[in-house]
Design a protein around this ligand. Sequence first.
Ligand code: SF4
Length: 694
Amino acid sequence: VIEQGQPEHSVVTTCAYCGVGCSFKAEMKGNTVVRMVPFKDGHANHGHSCVKGRFAFGYATHPDRLTAPMIRNHIDEPWREVSWEEAIQFAAERIKAIQAKYGKDSVGGITSSRCTNEEAYLVQKLVRTAFGNNNTDTCARVCHSPTGYGLKQTLGESAGTQTFDSVMKADCIVVIGANPTDAHPVFGSQLRRRLRQGAKLIVADPRYIDLMKTPHGGEALHLSLRPGTNVALINALAHVIITEGLEDRMFIAMRCDSGEYAAWNAFIREERHSPEATEAITGVPADKVREAARMYAEAGNGAIYYGLGVTEHSQGSTMVMGIANLALATGNIGREGVGVNPLRGQNNVQGSCDMGSFPHELPGYQHVSQDGPRKAFEDAWGVTIDNEPGLRIPNMFDAAIDGSFKGLYVQGEDIAQSDPNTQHVEQALGSLECLIVQDLFLNETAKYAHVLLPGSSFLEKDGTFTNAERRINRVRKVMPPLAGKEDWQITQDLANALGYRMDYNHPEEIMNEIASLTPSFHSVTYQKLDELGSIQWPCNEEHPNGSPIMHEVDFPIGKGKFVLTDYVPTTERTNRRFPLLLTTGRILSQYNVGAQTRRTDNQHWHGQDWLELHPHDAEERGINDGDWVGLTSRAGNTVLQAKISTRMQPGVVYTTFHHPVSGANVITTDNSDWATNCPEYKVTAVQCEKVAQP
Ligand code: SF4
């Protein structure tokens, strides 16, 4: 698939894997990629890359790619290849018939954080115009929706505060629930460089991660907490800072809401939040918590980086706010080397959220109930928009099972494999009268589909991705779309077939519309992106070339807000039947459910998912390295091979989720974050036992 030889030309574009957003030169021979060369002028990667971006692009021309639209009347029938026109017409007629029978709210659309900003914008526009409701969501629902909620409440903007390069000024780096050297490798290397220069490191994670191994002069602390106890730990850290007088009083007085601070100060001083009182909950020794709190508060510049180990909990949003409390209390906001930094999993998590892919928010995080912004969109789009939020993804599943939700358009997400409690998801998908799947491959979700629309890979389209540091990077087409259409064209065709006119000629026109309606994008243009190389939003009249550091002078909500973050234990408890806690994560060579990386040579580097368990738990069960083990939870069961490892603490087991055969989400429950419904992937009570090789 990947032809070797001398390239004839090259095109600078952006990696479509993780939220680092590395720039690459795609070196081309005709329409074939010869190699992907990390771009030295890339603002997120400065010429660095990892094994995914550099080598795992062959999926774009893999024989499994869908190349023609297909339809079928019923999911038991074989697929029938048809023309684009027939497939779009078939999909539109079904949607219309469903809405005529069950009402306009009986259908919805889901976009993906793999898609470009322009594609995500069009999907929510299609739902709000042609479908006529707010039933639009994104797969960010299942990863960083608590970040959007938590940071908006506390700092006033649903985004990380820093550039990646800012870490080179950090004196103490706190990594919570993230494994950057595997999941965000280029930024992981940058972290390592800073640690080698002597920055201190605190890692809060149930599992020992490789970043801890970095040889560096400074101190390193591992807070190996019990899964599900993040909030108790963050409160304990804050308790030490406040009771030992380590807070930044000047920052708090100048930049924070005084009434809310006073209430929080009284709350966090309570003895129940002390490291000694919370030790039995978190499992982290009190003296380690005290040491960590002092390290962060006294460092000069303290920077917090966090991942899905923070958000994918029943208290995900609470924990995000707890992290923001900590940064506000110590004045670690608004300059280089500090900040609150979510490490976004997918390439365009930030962007898909920015683009209004939520049932309650229009592009730019403007709530549908706000009359002014809603009217601006109504005037621009020529429709009336509901002022009530629509359905979130889990609500769509529940409504499908109840029989009130009948039609779904899914762009670029394999929800049957990615979302928790697979049995529940499959029941919901099987209840739909029209499921339209737009994807590169015949994925697990497609088994329940009536219409298959072949999507285009990042190499086949123009547009933009926005990385974890709010950096808008250009995606440039290096080859024509395999099936003849870019994803935005498919969405546009569907809108037109449904009777809502869209007539864009190029994604640039979509971006111009986004900029005109989204205050934080007002001054973004493709021309400026080409001239500057990339832009970090907000980019508007006030910041015409973008904003590397946020909240330097004030917050979008005026003052920083402290929130009372009470620890509430998850309902997912261990007992005699399920005595272990399962948590999950990623590995360097693979990506998410593996739809792309498994179709490249990276597959050979990690051919299966493993179950890591502590020697103590293995011995108790008579399990040896390499044995097959049955893993059972309240939701389901699966079989994995055992890897005995002291990375785990006793009582906690761990697996990756890159291979459908092991199906980690068969095990996960449908518990979710109280504020956003982000699934609690990171805590599942399980039992495991040795079984025969399947
Ligand atoms: Fe792609 Fe992320 Fe690797 Fe960069 S670090 S090459 S964005 S997968």
